[in-house]
Design a protein around this ligand. Structure first.
Ligand code: F6R
Length: 390
């Protein structure tokens, strides 16, 4: 199997069917829809009593928090904040005994996150670690925790740990809702819908991975646009090595994570934006051929995403669009232009809360293919270390 892949990162991306399975295994009863997380069981009452929830992390782990913030807010009916560990410390955020502070860290050794954890422990808050390394500092210094069980991650760019963090956070939300006996039908229905969708998630992950030829083609199309820009006098040099990635709602975190991956391993400037921000500034960079990727998956934000698509199209920029399977006609109907519908890739349908997992995998593959095409060292990007302990 080792020889099938040219880098550890590529291998880790392709392990995600199995790692997603192991994040779920033993924690979900698909018959009764009950979720049980051994590492927090003894603290569930206290967790349910907490007044606010903070999710604290750095880099990709922050994006896992961002991706699940809305889901956790709904499931727990509490106010949920997402903060970078450094920003959290810079703000002197007032923390008390009644707060739940969740630390998300693949390595469990990130210095910035550890400092924020010390601060929360001193304030007497309840702390919960979500880590991939058993016995790591963050594991040891939190009151309780959830292991993401993704297996050793070697590539500097975090891939399989991210999707497992995402699942653990969603499971945490459901466990809180169930323990709280939040019986409001909306929360109960949502929990059941997520659990049913989790059962099918590993298979759908495989389906996404099987679309890699299309993603490779997308990498090629992006490079083609950038080459055209390089030759055009309409643009400046910055624009010829740049890419916008746009999402709304659940897909905003996907856009942010995609941009980080692309910068990190392909050394290409990429920016992940909330689609609603376009007209507040970023649109000024956009002209013909400026490469943009837009997520317009089936959820309650889809209409806004299509709106952003047309804002781009009216500036001569036709984005590459990710849609949900079965939405091809929906895309065509919403595309307000006489030209052919944009290049698009359809992802398997899941519940809106979990689509962020299926959507991030093509972005991991895209960053990999862009990096390969540009001759970058995928596993060991320049200037970076796997775990930032200083
Ligand atoms: C990006 C990446 C970093 C880490 C960050 C936090 O691919 O891997 O952004 O996510 O340094 O690391 P952990 O999760 O180990 O605390």
């Amino acid at each position: 199997e080792e020889n099938l892949f040219s880098s550890k990162t590529e291998k880790e991306i392709h392990q995600q069917r199995a790692t997603i399975e192991s994040a779920i295994r033993g924690r979900v009863d698909f018959e009764t829809h009950a979720v049980k997380l051994g590492g927090i069981q003894g603290h569930l009452d206290e967790i349910c009593r907490s007044s606010r929830i903070y999710m604290i992390a750095m880099g990709t782990s922050t994006h896992a928090a961002l991706a699940t913030q809305t889901i956790l807010t709904t499931l727990t009916n509490k106010s949920v904040s997402v903060m970078q560990a450094t920003q959290f410390l810079d703000m002197d955020e007032p923390i008390s005994k009644s707060d739940l502070c969740i630390f998300i860290s693949q390595s469990g050794e990130t210095a910035d996150s550890k400092h924020a954890l010390d601060y929360c422990n001193q304030a007497g808050a309840l702390t919960l670690g979500i880590t991939n390394v058993v016995g790591s500092s963050i594991c040891q210094n939190t009151s309780c925790g959830i292991h993401v069980n993704a297996g050793v991650e070697v590539g500097v760019a975090s891939t399989k740990a991210y999707t497992s963090q995402y699942i653990c956070l969603v499971l945490l939300g459901i466990a809180i809702a169930q323990a709280h006996s939040i019986t409001g039908s909306r929360v109960r229905e949502m929990s059941i819908e997520i659990i049913d969708a989790l059962r099918e998630l590993p298979g759908k992950t495989e389906e996404v991975l099987n679309q890699k030829a299309k993603i490779r083609h997308l990498a090629h199309l992006i490079q083609e646009k950038q080459a055209t820009i390089k030759e055009s006098t309409m643009f400046n040099r910055e624009q010829s090595n740049s890419l916008y990635i746009l999402g709304r709602g659940f897909q905003y975190a996907v856009a942010r994570e995609a941009a980080l991956k692309i910068k990190e391993i392909a050394y290409m400037h990429a920016e992940g934006l909330c689609a609603s921000e376009l007209k507040h500034g970023p649109l000024a960079m956009v002209q013909d051929n400026f490469p943009t990727i837009l997520f317009a998956l089936k959820d309650r934000y889809q209409e806004h995403a299509f709106n952003a698509m047309n804002q781009l199209v009216s500036r001569g920029c036709v984005p590459f669009v990710f849609i949900t399977e079965g939405d091809e006609l929906e895309l065509a109907r919403n595309f307000k232009c006489k030209e052919n519908v944009p290049f698009h890739i359809a992802l398997p349908k899941s519940t809106p809360c979990l689509q962020g997992i299926l959507a991030v995998i093509p972005m991991q593959l895209l960053s990999l293919y862009l990096a390969q095409a540009r001759g970058c060292n995928v596993d060991q990007p320049r200037n970076l270390a796997k775990s930032v302990t200083v």
